[in-house]
Design a protein around this ligand. Structure first.
Ligand code: WT7
Length: 696
């Protein structure tokens, strides 16, 4: 378990002045709180729950659960009997009870330097109430699912909180996903309404989001699912020309967020032509003008759904991870407060996109529950140049900064000069998430970005866990570069061997959790059986993460990466099966096998082996077509880096593809280990000879 004393050697600490006054000041305090959290979770979380407003109190246990498939259905219930509203807790309570109405909730920083917008808690509440009324006016009711496909703008937060306010369930689809992916998610969760935007810029590239949304709506229709309404935010320009079948919506002043902005209309970039179907499409601003800014929150039961967020599944079909109201709210608030050691005057910046769980938990819910001030950034770390992040840190005096190893490795390539151009003296805590951080990147982050002053919180978690589960606390935990260190409160990890036995002391195996914490997912939307079989079947009694893990002699946990058929590309999980099925969807491909190949910036790159149908010749044109096929089916993040023509694939005698061998071929490692089960070993040599070697 947790060692009695933290090690003194080979560990790093943040500077004393940063650690003083912390919520959890020492390792001893962490240990003491940890013990309370696992021995008496009802008391521990019950105390945390006192920070929130409850319309009715819970009766019975704080957490009730079954993690053992052999004993019946898997379930997790938190605060049964209680009712509340998340939106009320993160906005109204801050504005009215805590008098934070004038405090800035978000400094929005656009893709283009100079594009900015400041939104206070009061303004946010006002817009959310209006938009909640808009949703109601469009017929959205409690329990209905609403799809959101938007760029990183404040209105995205407004849309999600408006759903929460009326008890609707948001299902956000990352704006980098394809029309096909959006359609698949809309149909799976039967969304009645879609919220999108005209478009946005990523660096100097225009993404015409509305065209993709239209394509998705059409695809839904083709599948027999009709989505009645699409609300479109004109982000790029209020005056965006509409190739409308009817007259465009009136351009009258709207008392919502847009009126307080400066220069959101791009002067240097063209705005897209937005097709408009008046039967379906409704203008965000017009609708906002027609409603009141008062909206009574819908009081919901603790275990009512809050949102669905899709994550890759090893069978290829994405899983709709479902999170519910009370547990998720308490857990994201508690982890945000303690892991970033949040203080009222902090300026916090998480660079993730809200389309991923990191953005849900640590841009929207966790920070707002704490009344935090955040930077919400629309752009890229490299636009207009590779100093952008540090320029933003200085501009807003960011004190807590949270990003991904892939971004750190990308910026590392340019050396320390672009970092040192800026002072960064406001920084206090640095965070990382998404994949294991290699010690070189950790050291660079610590010394160059944080001037060896700021502790680094390497937060391990998953879409499914809702919030951080293994992480250092900035003042309490001595850090080891590359280790996510110890469990957060209430989390009980174990390492299992292949036979499901718990390993003690120094060991390596499957990372599992023995009991729930409030923020853990409750089900796969519409498929509880899949929830049980994915996470609870392999080792009855445990939640299985799918990650490998090592525990060292000091009791530190080191995540070693996925041990299922998932790839982690730039901190995003992709399922090999999903990419394979996109490839075999092409008429020229008979069979495909996809593996990860180590990549210096992305962590892993996609290396695809394709066996073509008889008579088809592999050439550049086909390669380009296949890449396009995957991009269109899934999205740009899944674009293959390498495609190799594989006349045959290495298979066992029972016909199973030996991915382990393919991984070695992809990375050019000749030492293949035991290949005695291979049906035909000559296949391997042939594949080695035709390897794709070029760097991407
Ligand atoms: C997978 C979950 C949690 C938000 C982002 C990704 C990997 C995540 C770490 C870390 C080592 C990490 C794991 C995990 N992962 N954080 N700090 N150290 N690995 O969410 O898409 O659900 O992916 O990301 O493999 O299972 P996700």
């Amino acid at each position: 378990m947790i060692p009695d004393k933290a090690p003194k050697d080979d560990v790093f600490h943040g500077a004393e002045e940063i650690r003083s006054g912390a919520h959890v000041p020492t390792f001893e305090k962490y240990k003491e709180m940890y013990m309370q959290s696992v021995q008496d979770p009802d008391k521990f979380w019950g105390d945390m729950a006192k920070e929130f407003f409850w319309k009715t109190k819970h009766n019975g246990r704080f957490l009730d659960y079954n993690f053992d498939v052999t004993k019946g259905d898997i379930f997790i219930k938190c605060m049964e009997g209680a009712s509340t509203n998340v939106c009320y807790n993160v906005l109204d309570r801050n504005v009215h009870d805590r008098k934070l109405g004038d405090k800035v909730a978000f400094f929005w920083e656009g893709n283009e330097p100079g594009d900015e917008l400041t939104v206070t808690y009061r303004e946010l509440l006002n817009s959310v109430c209006r938009f909640a009324n808009v949703l109601k006016s469009q017929g959205v009711k409690k329990g209905d699912r609403v799809a959101i496909y938007m760029p990183m703008v404040v209105e995205l937060v407004v849309a999600m909180l408006a759903c929460a306010r009326i008890g609707a369930v948001h299902s956000i689809v990352f704006a980098g996903f394809s029309a096909e992916s959006l359609c698949e998610r809309i149909v799976d969760s039967q969304c009645s309404l879609l919220i999108t935007a005209d478009g946005f810029y990523r660096g100097d590239k225009l993404i015409n989001l509305k065209l993709l949304a239209d394509e998705a709506v059409q695809k839904c229709r083709d599948k027999g699912f009709s989505l009645e309404t699409c609300i479109v935010l004109k982000h790029l320009s209020k005056e965006a020309p509409e190739t409308s079948l009817s007259s465009p919506p009136a351009k009258r002043p709207c008392p919502d967020l847009q009126e307080t902005e400066t220069g959101r209309v791009r002067k240097t970039h063209p705005v897209p032509q937005v097709p408009w179907n008046p039967k379906v499409d409704k203008c965000w601003h017009t609708l906002m003008c027609e409603v009141s800014d008062e909206c009574e929150p819908e009081w919901c039961a603790s275990e009512d759904p809050l949102f669905i967020l899709y994550t890759s599944g090893s069978t290829g079909k994405p899983k709709g991870v479902l999170h519910t109201i009370s547990g998720y709210m308490i857990y994201t608030a508690a982890t945000f407060k303690l892991v970033f050691d949040h203080r009222p005057d902090d300026i916090y910046w998480c660079t993730a996109d809200i389309g991923w769980i990191t953005g849900h938990s640590y841009i929207t819910y966790g920070p707002l529950a704490n009344g935090a001030t955040s930077v919400l950034f629309e752009g890229l770390p490299t636009y207009p140049d590779v100093s952008r992040m540090w320029q933003i840190v200085d501009k807003y005096h960011v004190s807590k900064f949270y990003t991904a190893p892939t971004a750190i490795r990308l910026l590392m390539k340019y050396g320390s000069e672009p970092v040192h151009k800026y002072k960064r003296d406001s920084l206090k805590v640095l965070g990382t998430v998404g994949e294991p951080i290699n010690p070189e990147a950790w050291q660079w982050y610590f010394t160059v970005v944080g001037d060896s002053r700021c502790p680094i919180v390497d937060t391990f978690w998953q879409t499914e866990t809702g919030g951080h589960v293994m992480t250092p606390l900035p003042a309490a935990t001595p850090m080891k570069p590359g280790s996510a260190t110890f469990p957060f409160f209430g989390v009980v990890p174990a390492i299992l061997n292949e036979s499901g036995e718990e390993l003690e002391g120094t060991s390596e195996g499957y990372l599992v959790f023995k009991q729930p914490w409030p923020g853990v997912m409750r089900t796969v939307y519409g498929n509880h059986g899949r929830f049980e079989s994915t996470y609870f079947k392999k080792f009855p009694g445990y939640y299985v993460t799918g990650d490998g893990c090592r525990r060292d002699e000091d009791g530190y946990y080191w995540i070693t990466g996925r041990i299922d058929d998932m790839l982690n590309v730039s901190g995003h999980l992709l399922s090999t099966a999903e990419v394979e099925s996109a490839l075999v969807g092409h008429e020229a491909v008979a069979e495909a096998a996809v593996v990860g190949r180590p990549h210096p910036v992305k962590g892993e790159s996609l290396y695809c082996f394709v066996t073509l149908c008889d008579g088809v010749i592999f050439n550049r044109t086909l390669e380009a077509q296949l890449k396009k096929q995957v991009r269109e089916k899934i999205g740009a993040i899944a674009t293959p880096d390498f495609i190799q023509d594989a006349p045959a694939l290495p298979k066992t005698r029972s016909g199973k593809i030996m991915r382990r061998v393919l991984r070695k071929i992809a990375s050019g490692e000749r030492d293949l280990g035991d290949i005695s089960t291979l049906a035909d070993s000559s296949v391997v040599e042939q594949l080695f000879q035709n390897r794709c070697c070029s760097a991407v």
